[in-house]
Write a protein that binds this ligand. Sequence first.
Ligand SMILES: [Zn+2]
Length: 375
Amino acid sequence: MSRVFYFFLTVTAFPLWAQDPTVDLLRKLADAPGPPGFEEPVRKLMVEALKPYAQSIRYDGMGSILATQGAEGPRIMVDAHMDELGGVVRRITPRGLLTMQMLGGWLDQALVDQRWTIIGSKGPVHAVTGIRDAHVVPAEERARVFSRDSLFLDVGAQSEIEVRNMGIGPGSPVVPDAPFTVLNGTDNYLGKGWDDRAGCAVIVEAIRRLASLPHGNQIIWALTTQEEVGLRGAHTAADAARPDIGIALEAGVTGDVNGRPEESQEKLGGGPGIFLYNSSQVPNRKFVDLVKETAAAKKLPLQFDLVQGYGDDSAEIQKSNGGVPTVCLLVPVRYTHAHNGIMNRRDFDQAVELLVALIERLDAPAVQKLRDFTP
Ligand SMILES: [Zn+2]
């Protein structure tokens, strides 16, 4: 076999996405475990990724990362949250089963018959939430949703002591076990935690691009904690960042599979989005207009979303520092708050382009204009 032919074989036999650093980034971020209050693995990945491009990296007292880029000009806080939906072990039964306190907005029907990872002191422990056996469920119960408090995590143990010897117990963090997969060679990526690892990855791509682009701002890249239990990290991160304006990056809610138009309006593959409303915040109208103008100038699609049961970090940012104009930009995601979500690569790339173009347009006069409420 000639060397050339051998080279050809080894290169082409390898999946193309394996050579794409963005896929690698998305895979690492999606697979990293990080339920609220246990963001350490995500924090480590993010600090490694931000370090080459940040002038300084510090942490607030709740563990959010504040990475600064630029020394003068208006203070722009760009936010994504590191935590994902999960749970913590509540108690171990004498038979060696575990119960779980959920963290974040889960549906009960998403919890049954799933694989989970419990983060133990001796390493990860595999677990499954069992399901009632179909052979014994009576007719009247066959369509029933089983409540979260009727479920157990089964780690294969027979006793409480066997569970404890695995290095787990009350308070051990639990996350979905749902590894990243490129869906059948398409532009769609399956994984857990796109809310908000998609936003974290947008930040990694944007900080790298902005390192070599001129702009007149101080950007405080904020990777926050405990968003899924009430936007808690963003509150303290905004205290520390003292922003003039804020941009949150989030997972949008698509309505293109089993959705109703009055619930959410985005679709997968339709481009990045912006919240015009959600139950936690109303964005700054002038800032929304600037995002629309930026998307139009860059010929980027922009989807609008108005969702009733959604809170995002920009709600805390806008209430900080005497009031801050904010927007929340979105990477559309199918099936958020579940083990298996889908995001689209083109949507992601365009969200990065939109964010970078938006920051390039900002400088002291532009920010002054956004902050001017004179009638
Ligand atoms: Zn989120």
